[in-house]
Design a binder for this molecule. Structure first.
Ligand code: C2E
Ligand code: CA
Ligand code: CA
Ligand code: CA
Length: 279
C-alpha cells in the first residue's frame, strides 16, 4: 500500500521495498558466494573455422547457489557492477583463468583465454586491473594468452581513465576483443579507433544468417571491413551446421557456440583439450 508523504509525494511503496530487499539479498548472496567458493568459471571453446581446432576459450562465470541452483550471470553481474563486488568477481575470473592457462601450458597448448571485463572495472577510481600483469609474470604466463572482452559502450564514454588503462594493458601485451558487435552504436570507424585484436559478431546476427539475407550481408560486410582494419572476427552463438558453413564461406576466422560446445567446467574443458584439441 502506498503512503503519502507530507507534500503528497509517494515516499513508500511495497513494490519498491520488495525490489530494494531482493537487491540487498542478492548483494549479500554475492558476498557469501565469494567467501564460500560458490562461483566457478566455465570455458567455452572457440574454434578456428579453417580447421576446427580449439584456439581459444571464453571464461564465463557460474554461480552454484546452494538452494537456487545455477544463477545466471545476467542476473548478478549488473548488480555487482553497482558495487565494489564487480572487482572481486573480475579478479576471481582472472585468477581462475590463469590456473586454466597454467594447466593448458602443461598440456603443451598455447590456447588463449578470453575474460569478460566490465566497463565499471575500467572506469573505477580504484581498480585491480593494474595488478593483473604482475600476477601473469609471477606465474610465467604471457600476456598475449589473455584476451580481455570489452563492450563498445565502454569506450563511448570517452573516459580518460578507461583509455589510459586500456593503453597500459595493451602495452603489457594483453589482447582485446570487442564483444557484442552490432548491438550498440558501433560504427566501423569506432572499431578502428578502439584498435582491438578481435571483434565478436553478436549472436543475434548469427541467429538469422541462414534465414535473413540482410543479416548475412551484414555479417559479410563486418568480416570484410574488420579484415581491412587488421582485426580478426569471432562469430558467437553458432548453433547449426548451416550457420557454421555460411560463416566459413564469408571468411569469418573463429566460431563459438553450442554447435561446437557449450561452456564446460574446467576439468571437462581440460579433458577435451587432453583428448583432442579440436571439435
Ligand atoms: P557474453 O559475454 O555475450 O557471453 C556469451 C553468452 O552466450 C554466454 O552466456 C554463453 O553461455 C552464451 N552462449 C554461447 N554460445 C551460445 C549458443 O550457441 N546459444 C545460446 N543460446 N547461448 C550461447 P552466459 O554465460 O549466461 O553469460 C551471459 C553474460 O554475462 C555474458 O554475455 C557476459 O556479458 C556476462 N558474463 C559472464 N561471465 C562474466 C564474467 O566473468 N565477468 C563479467 N563481467 N561478465 C560476465
Ligand atoms: Ca563475452
Ligand atoms: Ca558476447
Ligand atoms: Ca551477448
Amino acid at each position: 500500500a502506498k503512503q503519502q508523504g507530507r507534500n503528497g509525494y509517494v515516499i513508500f511503496d511495497d513494490t519498491l521495498r520488495k525490489v530494494a530487499e531482493s537487491r540487498m539479498q542478492m548483494l549479500k548472496g554475492i558476498r557469501t558466494a565469494l567467501n564460500h567458493s560458490q562461483f566457478e568459471m566455465h570455458y567455452q571453446p572457440i574454434v578456428s573455422l579453417h580447421d576446427n581446432h580449439i584456439v581459444k576459450a571464453e571464461a564465463l562465470i557460474r554461480w552454484r547457489h546452494p538452494e537456487q541452483g545455477m544463477v545466471s550471470p545476467a542476473e548478478f553481474i549488473p548488480l555487482a557492477e553497482e558495487t565494489q563486488l564487480i572487482h572481486n568477481i573480475g579478479d576471481f575470473a582472472f585468477t581462475q583463468s590463469l590456473d586454466t592457462l597454467t594447466q593448458l601450458q602443461h598440456l603443451g597448448h598455447d590456447t588463449q583465454i578470453s575474460i569478460n571485463v566490465s566497463p565499471v572495472q575500467f572506469a573505477a577510481k580504484n581498480c585491480t586491473l593494474a595488478s593483473w600483469h604482475d600476477k601473469l609474470t609471477t606465474l610465467n604466463i604471457a600476456a598475449k594468452q589473455v584476451v580481455l572482452e570489452v563492450t563498445e559502450g565502454m569506450m563511448l564514454h570517452n573516459d580518460s581513465r578507461t583509455k589510459q588503462r586500456v593503453e597500459r594493458l595493451k602495452q603489457h601485451g594483453f589482447q582485446f576483443a570487442l564483444d557484442d558487435f552490432g548491438t550498440g552504436y558501433s560504427s566501423l570507424a569506432y572499431l578502428q579507433q578502439l584498435d582491438c585484436h578481435f571483434v565478436k559478431i553478436d549472436k543475434r546476427f548469427v541467429d538469422s544468417i541462414a534465414t535473413n539475407e540482410d543479416d548475412l550481408t551484414l555479417c559479410e560486410t563486418i568480416i570484410l571491413m574488420a579484415h581491412r582494419l587488421g582485426l580478426r572476427v569471432i562469430a558467437e552463438g553458432v548453433e547449426t551446421a548451416t550457420q557454421h558453413q555460411l560463416l566459413k564461406q564469408a571468411g569469418c576466422d573463429f566460431g563459438q557456440g553450442y554447435y561446437y560446445s557449450k561452456p564446460l567446467p574446467q576439468n571437462e574443458f581440460l579433458a577435451l583439450m587432453t583428448e583432442k584439441s579440436h571439435i
